[in-house]
Design a protein around this ligand. Structure first.
Ligand code: MRU
Length: 358
C-alpha cells in the first residue's frame, strides 16, 4: 500500500507542513465546528489527550509518536541527558490517560529509538524520531485497512450493524477499526445499516460516529444507549462492531463505558459481537481485564456538560468511569490486522502476537 504525505495530512492527527508541531482536528468541537489545534509543548499535548481533543486509542498513539519527535526539537540536550529528559516527558504524556495502551506503546517505541541511538548527533536523532513517528502513523493506516477487510468479510449486503462510541477515522488514521468495514463497504457498493449508540456521557457516538458516517453517505441511525436492546429485539442488528482501548492476553478488553452492556445484550439475542483493533492495542503483559486500569473522569461530564441547564444538582454524587471491560466469553471474535482471532483467545492471541502471555 502506498501512503503519500497527502494521505498523512488528511488524517485528524498530523505534522504541520514545517514539521515543527502537531496539528489535530479538535474532536471536542465536532460536529458543530471543524477547528484545528496546533500542539508544541508538553502541556499542550497532555491537555489535548486529557480533554479528548484527540481521542481514540490509535489516534492517541499516533499523536504521542509525533509528540515525542516535536518535543525532541525543543531541547539542546544530547546523549544520556537527552534520553533521560525524553523519558521524563514520555512518562508525563503517558500519565494523561491510563486505559488505552496505544499511548504507552507509542511513547515506549519512540523511547526505544532514543535509547538505541544515544551516540547519534542531535540532527540524526531528530531524523530517526521523525521516521519512527511516521512509521507508527503509516502502519496504523495499513492496519486499519486490513481490519476493515477482515471485518467486511463477516457481514453481507443489507446487514444491520450496531456500534458504540467512535472507532472511525477520527479515532485512528484512515478507515478506522470498528467503522472501517462500513467505509470499505461504501467504497465497494455494499449497503450496510448502522445503528450508532449516542454513547453517554461524552456522546462520541452522536457527535463523531454519526457525523463521520452521515458525511460519507453511509446509512446511519442514531439511538440512545438504552435503545440498543429494542433494535436488537426488532431483528435489525446482524452484528455488533466495537473498538477497543486495551485487549488483555485472555481476550477481555476495555472499551468505552457501555460496551460490556452491548455485549451482554448481543449474547441474549444471539447476535455475533466483535471487537476490532490493531495489534498495537493488544497488551500481552496484561493477563486479564482485571489488570486494566480504568480512567475515572470529572462528574460534571454527567451533571452539566452538554446542557444549557445542569441536569442534576451540583452536589449530587456521580460515578463516571470512562471505560468498562467486556469479558472474553461474550466476544465472538477479535478482528485484528493479523486476521480474525476466535476463541480460545489466550492461545490464539499468543499465536498472532508471537509472544507467550504473562
Ligand atoms: O474516551 P475515548 O473517546 O478515547 O474512548 C474511545 C473508545 O472507547 C474507542 O472505541 C477506542 O479507543 C477504539 S478507537 C479505534
Amino acid at each position: 500500500m502506498t501512503i503519500t504525505d497527502k494521505d498523512l495530512r488528511e488524517c485528524s492527527v498530523h505534522l504541520t507542513e514545517d514539521e515543527q508541531a502537531v496539528e489535530i482536528l479538535d474532536q471536542t468541537r465536532l460536529p458543530g465546528a471543524e477547528e484545528y489545534l496546533i500542539l508544541r509543548s508538553p502541556q499542550e499535548f497532555f491537555d489535548a489527550i486529557k480533554t479528548l481533543a484527540v481521542r481514540g486509542a490509535p489516534a492517541i498513539g499516533i499523536c504521542a509518536g509525533y509528540a515525542m519527535y516535536v518535543l525532541a526539537l525543543g531541547t539542546e540536550k544530547e546523549g544520556a541527558a537527552f534520553a533521560g529528559h525524553m523519558r521524563e516527558l514520555g512518562e508525563y504524556l503517558i500519565s494523561s490517560r491510563p486505559t488505552a495502551v496505544n499511548l504507552s506503546w507509542a511513547v515506549r517505541r519512540m523511547q526505544g529509538v532514543i535509547d538505541a541511538n544515544t551516540a547519534s548527533s542531535a540532527r540524526e536523532m531528530r531524523q530517526l524520531l521523525l521516521q519512527e513517528a511516521r512509521a507508527i502513523h503509516c502502519e496504523d493506516i495499513e492496519m486499519c485497512r486490513r481490519i476493515s477487510e477482515y471485518g467486511l468479510s463477516l457481514v453481507k449486503e443489507g446487514d444491520g450493524i450496531l456500534t458504540h462510541c467512535n472507532a472511525g477515522p477520527l479515532a485512528t488514521s484512515k478507515y478506522g477499526t470498528a467503522l472501517g468495514p462500513m467505509f470499505l463497504a461504501k467504497e465497494q457498493g455494499i449497503s450496510l445499516k448502522v445503528f450508532s449508540d449516542e454513547t453517554r456521557p461524552l456522546l462520541q457516538g452522536a457527535r463523531l460516529t454519526s457525523y463521520e458516517l452521515q458525511r460519507a453517505g453511509i446509512d446511519v441511525t442514531l439511538i440512545c444507549d438504552n435503545m440498543a436492546s429494542i433494535v436488537m429485539k426488532n431483528g435489525w442488528v446482524q452484528a455488533c462492531f466495537v473498538g477497543c482501548d486495551r485487549i488483555a492476553a485472555n481476550g477481555d478488553f476495555a472499551n468505552k463505558i457501555g460496551t460490556s452492556g452491548v455485549a451482554i445484550l448481543a449474547k441474549h439475542y444471539g447476535i455475533p459481537f466483535y471487537t476490532l483493533g490493531p495489534t498495537s492495542t493488544i497488551d500481552m503483559n496484561c493477563p486479564t481485564g482485571e489488570d486494566i486500569k480504568i480512567e475515572q473522569r470529572d462528574p460534571d461530564e454527567i451533571r452539566s456538560m452538554w446542557y444549557k441547564e445542569p441536569m442534576a444538582l451540583p452536589e449530587v454524587k456521580c460515578y463516571n468511569p470512562a471505560f468498562d471491560v467486556t469479558d472474553h466469553t461474550l466476544v465472538t471474535a477479535i478482528v485484528t490486522d493479523q486476521g480474525i482471532v476466535y476463541p480460545p483467545f489466550r492461545e490464539n492471541l499468543a499465536k498472532i502476537m508471537k509472544k507467550d502471555p504473562v
